[in-house]
Design a protein around this ligand. Structure first.
Ligand SMILES: *Cc1c(COP(=O)(O)O)cnc(C)c1O
Length: 339
């Protein structure tokens, strides 16, 4: 068995709160946020709204609940949202929009770059006819599967949605990765969207928390949805303090995660038996033969590298993996595949 620290590449959600973050959580002034009394939550909501260029923002426990509250704020029973086949809000949220919101998803195949073709969006918008659900919302994601969607595409998609009377939501769970890659401010990634959801618990490294931002009227509705969904928390300032800390200290360092992902992609490319899909942000995808998966899983465990072994493995960099950890992972792959 390995004798040093695990290198955990399963997700950017596996990070531990740093000493500084824990100290901030411990000393945060608190109140009952259901009464609107928590000063730390209120501060985080204000800071986030400002940072993302919206009138208001709301703290929710998870990204899944934030996206669902957004869907339910934009759409009512019998409405429809257009969404990528690969999008988290369609594929990975247990069908919450349909189950809890009575909102019909209209999934559309994503292009290889993660976008949804404008012609496909056009074609999916239903006419005003009793046969159809009412198409109300276009939901996009950035980054999606580690890929960044360009600002030019977002402009075109938002323009189309506006022309056709649709609202727009951005699942920006990894918004700061997108902003870093595009080299623009977070609010410039959000520009034009009616609502944006941003996870604090991914690349930003907090133990929990997602921010939903939008107009005052939208956030007022989302606040009601959050209560309905059981997400109104009491002394939530302990979580908000971690978020404030993360926004102050963990945003600019996301560039390190991208550099480490590039280092990993470079180190793995050329290893026989691996097909590496290059790193745009903090994710590298590696394909291996199906019959190698079990062997690889055991081998990586033994060398202290945590991965989700599959025929297509997603390797994710984050603030608890440094360049040395990346090199250990590369060595572990090599020791199995290079004979
Ligand atoms: C993780 C993630 C979410 C959901 O966040 P949770 O806090 O895990 O519920 C939503 N969208 C995307 C793109 C994500 O990666």
């Amino acid at each position: 068995m390995h004798d040093t620290k695990w290198v955990d590449l399963r997700s950017d959600t596996v990070t531990q709160p740093s000493a500084g973050m824990r100290a901030a959580m411990l000393s945060a002034p608190l109140g009952d946020d259901v009464f609107g009394d928590d000063p730390t939550v209120n501060r985080l909501q204000g800071v986030t709204a400002e940072l993302l260029g919206f009138e208001a923002a709301l703290l929710l426990p998870t990204g899944t609940q934030s996206n669902l509250a957004a869907l339910m704020s934009h759409c009512g029973r019998g409405d429809e949202y257009l969404v990528g086949q690969e999008a988290h809000t369609y594929r990975y949220e247990a069908g919450g929009g349909a189950v809890l919101g009575s909102i019909q998803p209209q999934p559309i195949t994503n292009q290889p770059d993660g976008s949804i073709a404008l012609a496909d969006i056009e074609a999916a918008i239903k006419p005003d006819d009793a046969h159809f659900a009412r198409t109300r919302l276009l939901a996009l994601e950035n980054t999606i599967g580690g890929r960044v969607v360009s600002r030019a595409y977002l402009d075109a998609a938002i323009d189309l949605a506006n022309r056709r009377g649709l609202a727009t939501h951005l699942d920006g769970a990894r918004l700061f990765n997108a902003a870093t890659k595009l080299g623009i401010a977070p609010k410039d990634v959000c520009r034009g969207f009616d609502s944006v959801s941003v996870c604090l618990s991914k690349g930003l490294g907090t133990p929990a928390g997602t921010m939903l931002a939008g107009s005052k009227a939208f956030i007022k509705t989302a606040h009601r949805m959050r209560k309905m969904l059981g997400g109104a928390m009491r002394q939530a300032g302990v979580i908000a303090a971690a978020g404030l800390y993360a926004l102050e200290y963990n945003v600019t360092r996301i560039a390190d995660d991208h550099a480490n992902a590039e280092r990993l992609a470079r180190g793995l490319s050329g290893i026989p038996g691996l097909v590496v899909e290059g790193a745009q942000t903090n994710m590298v995808f590696v394909r291996v033969a199906a019959e190698q998966v079990a062997t690889l899983n055991t081998h990586m465990q033994q060398t202290g590298i945590r991965i989700l072994a599959a025929p297509r493995i997603r390797l994710v960099t984050h603030l608890d993996v440094d360049a040395g950890g990346i090199d250990r992972a590369i060595t572990a792959f090599k020791s199995l595949f290079v004979k």
